[in-house]
Design a protein around this ligand. Structure first.
Ligand code: NAD
Length: 266
């Protein structure tokens, strides 16, 4: 468990894409801090239900699940409405759902481009559009958009992902300026490499795209860019998230916390 501690008792949080990886870890960090949670994402129904029950019983909070598909604007609006109706308020929105595909631009499949832009960028717009009126009416809210170091710098073979994450930064800044006097803050959280199921998939795909072994991908491609040579941990991201959603984060707006071991310092 990380060292950062914030009391979120009674607050309501939606975390998109929280059935796996970073989203599940951030949901646990918020639940551990006392927030009631709406989980979202795909996966095995039994495993999602087991996660929901475990988070609720471990942390003594309400944990609900909504299966909205982040490619469908109507379902995203329904997710936000569901959280507000069921939990009575909406204090925290973490836009985390994301996918990846690795290929050169001239071979990039159009359906993968469309899916990455829809899930990694457009869903952030749709979720904020639905959440902002609720948060503004409350006079307080916290929106944290999972971007990436790839929202700041590029890597080859990740055209759609890099474009989407740069877009998340621009969208975050615009929404933050619009909401600045409402008590709602909107920021990005930029992880470097975290060893999640998404990254596991990339190791094999990158090895294929570059014609090198999976060990070479980890050492020479992934952690080559991350000067600490350490994957970012879930607790390190939870600590940053808790600051952003805390009362002390009230003047942190339209910005980003980058947890990348020095990657973007180069
Ligand atoms: P992951 O694959 O472990 O989890 C992705 C989650 O998104 C899952 O819960 C999945 O079900 C959900 N999801 C995918 N498509 C969806 C859809 N259409 N509708 C609803 N949910 C959907 O990935 P992760 O590594 O935990 O990544 C989470 C976020 O962090 C992403 O936005 C990713 O770009 C970002 N990120 C990850 C890393 C990393 O190193 N893992 C680094 C920087 C940024």
């Amino acid at each position: 468990m990380g060292a950062v501690s914030v009391d979120l008792s009674g607050q309501a949080a939606v975390i998109t894409g929280s059935t796996s990886g970073i989203g599940a870890a951030l949901a646990e960090g918020l639940a551990r801090s006392g927030a009631n949670i709406v989980l979202n994402g795909f996966g095995n129904a039994g495993e999602i239900e087991a996660l929901r029950v475990r988070l609720s019983s471990d942390h003594g909070v309400s944990v609900l699940y909504h299966g909205a598909d982040m490619t469908r604007p109507g379902e995203i609006a329904d997710l936000i409405g569901f959280a507000h109706d069921q939990l009575g308020r909406l204090d925290i929105l973490v836009n985390n759902a994301g996918i990846q595909h690795v290929a050169p631009v001239d071979e990039f499949p159009e359906d993968k481009w469309d899916a990455i832009i829809a899930i990694n960028l457009s869903s952030v717009f749709h979720a904020m559009k639905a959440a902002l009126p609720i948060m503004k009416a409350q006079g307080r809210g916290r929106i944290v958009n999972l971007a990436s170091v790839h929202g700041l710098v590029a890597s080859p073979f990740k055209a759609a992902y890099v474009a989407a994450k740069h877009g998340v930064h621009g969208l975050t800044k615009t929404a933050a300026l619009e909401a600045a006097e409402t008590g709602v803050t909107i920021n990005c959280l930029n992880p470097g490499y975290v060893q999640t199921p998404l990254v596991e998939g990339q190791i094999a795909d990158t090895a294929k795209a570059r014609g090198i072994t999976e060990e070479e991908v980890v050492r020479d491609v992934m952690l080559a860019a991350q000067p600490t040579k350490q994957f970012v941990t879930y607790d390190q991201l939870i600590g940053a998230l808790l600051y952003l959603v805390s009362d002390d984060g009230a003047n942190m707006n339209g910005g980003a916390i980058t947890v990348d071991g020095g990657w973007t310092a180069k």
